[in-house]
Design a binder for this molecule. Sequence first.
Ligand SMILES: Nc1ncnc2c1ncn2[C@@H]1O[C@H](COP(=O)(O)OP(=O)(O)OP(=O)(O)O)[C@@H](O)[C@H]1O
Ligand SMILES: [Mg+2]
Length: 372
Amino acid sequence: MAKKGVIMKFFNREKEINEILLILEEEPNNIYFIYGPLNSGKSTLIREVITNRLDKSKYIPFFIDFRTRNILNVDNFIECLFEVDEKSKIDDFREYAKSLADLLVKGSEEISKYYLGMPIKIPKPFFDRIFSKKDKSADVYQYIEYLFAKLNEKGKRPILIFDELQMIKEITLNGNRLLLWSLFQFLVALTKVQHLCHVFCLSSDSLFIEYIYGKAELKGRVDYILVDDFDKETALKFMDFLAKEKNINLTNEDKELIYSYVGGKAKDIYDVIVKLKAVKDLKYILETKLREELNHLEELLENVEEDYEGINYDDVLKALKLFKDNYELPKSKIKRKIRIFLIKENILFLNPQKGILKPQSFLIWNAIKRLL
Ligand SMILES: Nc1ncnc2c1ncn2[C@@H]1O[C@H](COP(=O)(O)OP(=O)(O)OP(=O)(O)O)[C@@H](O)[C@H]1O
Ligand SMILES: [Mg+2]
């Protein structure tokens, strides 16, 4: 099979895709948080839905990726939301939104340029004016709301996607606590109140998801979609899928061995199989990967031993040892301070819906078991 450019073949995730497609069929009613451990395939999944599974005659996706920019303040946040139309002389946002809506509805050419979804265009004079104001976000929200209302009038439903939303947590911590809340209020208005667009927020930061989950103000306005690492059966199928694509032979023993090291983490399985093309020694590849994790964990423990932000070394060891015989544990088994430390360091992943902790990956799990 011919491979086109860098476009990667997508595997499975039918359950999650159907869940998202069913949500899209209904009136927008919730802000959806797509969460899961590091590198589980969240971004890949939503990209697949947008590029290949969406009825483009009904929806207009807008994709905003916070990871690609440094977001230190509210200005950065606003810049991230838009693509400035430098040529436009229009200062009145309603006038511009009307013509943009027309363009988006008619302009298949324009849309097909952006296979991942459109940026939200904004006319330069209006954009500049926003920046001269003290309360910038009010104008920003008003513009987006107006544009989305126009699209709905024309029978198109916008989909707003924020990847790596937790990146704006930093600004919130830098004293602008209001930003996150004004954004959520706006998103609630767009979904539950006005039903103008679908909203999906992606994040692998489980402390951020836990923070959202704990907010009483968001109860009944937010829902969650877990994109977890593959279970064993699916992981073995994914190996077959990749092996076929990369023209590699894998025996059942090979697959079992890969699973025992990296489990169902899409990215790790992918890396191992790609390496296999050049390095034939599977055991060596897996041991090298585990060694990396071991080094990282050893270094972290060394830092804690030398007193790291007041985290007690013995407490950390005790917490990690709990995972020697368990892959998953209720979060209450580990003291809050230690738990938060291990999640921040990407050693553990927290599922706030289930209240369960587990290692971020099988590799980390194996490192814990070997080291302790
Ligand atoms: N369904 C899939 N089919 C094929 N490859 C996949 C799939 N899901 C994930 N991958 C592989 O795993 C890698 C990591 O996926 P992705 O970047 O989507 O994870 P993520 O959960 O968004 O990560 P992060 O936690 O960093 O946000 C991809 O680059 C791809 O190689
Ligand atoms: Mg991602």
